[in-house]
Design a binder for this molecule. Structure first.
Ligand SMILES: NC(=O)c1ccc[n+]([C@@H]2O[C@H](COP(=O)([O-])OP(=O)(O)OC[C@H]3O[C@@H](n4cnc5c(N)ncnc54)[C@H](O)[C@@H]3O)[C@@H](O)[C@H]2O)c1
Length: 299
């Protein structure tokens, strides 16, 4: 099988474009010169309107609408989903997400899109950690450990992605995003956790800056087939910041909150307790932002 060329240009659909991560992703891809089509059931927010891209109202659970909407695209960055447990009844979260993800993968297959990048989640790895992790730093092999129907929908979708990738020879890149944060989130959410480590121990004090999550989507489009593992690959990689949201040493926090959990390699200072080396190896992506760079107001 010949290897498809990476998508360094062309027409890219971004689903979930009216959402938290969608706006950053549309802006990043438009800035990088892609011809972006924004797809969401909700109206386009200012970030999408300012990027001056085409925007279409679509219900992505409806395969017919998805096929219509993706026609003429070279690739898709699929972010639309119910984005967390507890927002909708459990069964609705599962069936809606799986229906949406299947429709997008199926439409991409029908239309011959050349790359699918989609939002998986750190929750596939055992979050929230009401029971301790098997080990730390958590890496891609700390899987599958869904603890909610939301996480289960992502685990099932990772299997679907692998299947569609095998059927089509088109790589499907799954991004296991950590908790996505804006600068305002840093102000609202991190300081209260500094004196209360239990507040954010559920994900080992991890996060991802929304701007870095957007560049990870672009890295998924431009990564070569070779680095993804060959034509029809379906790698799923952790996308997290290089540090924690805390001011105390990570190893010390782990020992205190999860006594007895093995620390498999040295973690220095406030370094993340998630291993992000696979994303660098497979996608050539590294986070560039930390809450620590956002000014004295936070510290
Ligand atoms: N926010 C996080 O911390 C986080 C962490 C890990 C993974 N993720 C994943 O990243 C993705 C984006 O998350 P987000 O925080 O931007 O979520 P969000 O809720 O802000 O955005 C999701 C968007 O999808 C749209 N959508 C939902 N159902 C739809 C449908 N049937 N048809 C068309 N559009 C529909 C919504 O209108 C919304 O604009 C999701 O897949 C989520 O599961 C998010």
């Amino acid at each position: 099988m010949t290897l498809a060329s990476p998508l360094t240009a062309g027409r890219i659909a971004v689903t979930g474009s009216s959402g938290k991560l969608g706006g950053y992703t549309v802006a990043d891809l438009a800035e990088a010169g892609y011809d972006v089509v924004a797809l969401d059931v909700a109206p386009a927010p200012p970030a999408v309107r300012e990027a001056s891209v085409a925007a279409l109202a679509v219900d992505l659970t409806d395969l017919g609408q998805v096929v219509d909407a993706l026609e003429g695209c070279d690739g898709v960055v699929h972010l639309a989903n119910i984005p967390a447990p507890g927002l909708r009844p459990e069964g609705v979260t599962f069936t809606t997400n799986v229906a949406m993800n299947q429709a997008v993968f199926s439409a991409a297959r029908t239309l011959g899109l050349r790359r699918v990048v989609w939002a998986s989640s750190e929750t596939t790895l055992g979050l929230p950690l009401d029971t301790p992790p098997w080990y730390a730093p958590i890496d891609e092999a700390h899987f599958p450990r869904p603890e909610s129907t939301y996480a289960l929908s992502k685990v099932v979708t990772e299997q679907m992605a692998a299947t569609y990738a095998r059927w089509t020879g088109v790589s499907h890149v799954g991004l296991r995003f950590s908790n996505v944060m804006t600068i305002q989130d840093y102000r609202d959410l991190f300081p209260p956790a500094w004196d209360d480590p239990a507040a954010r121990r559920w994900n080992l004090w991890s996060y991802i800056d929304a701007r870095d999550a957007a560049t990870a989507c672009r890295a998924g489009l431009v990564a070569s087939e070779e680095s993804l593992g060959g034509a029809g690959s379906a790698p799923n990689v952790i996308i997290a910041a290089a540090d924690t949201c805390m001011r105390r040493d990570s190893a010390e926090l782990l020992a205190e909150e999860f006594p007895g959990v093995e620390l498999r390699r040295e973690v220095r200072g406030t370094q993340s307790l998630f291993d992000i080396s696979a994303a660098e190896r497979v996608l050539g992506w590294r986070p560039e932002h930390s809450w620590r760079d956002e000014g004295d107001a936070l510290i």
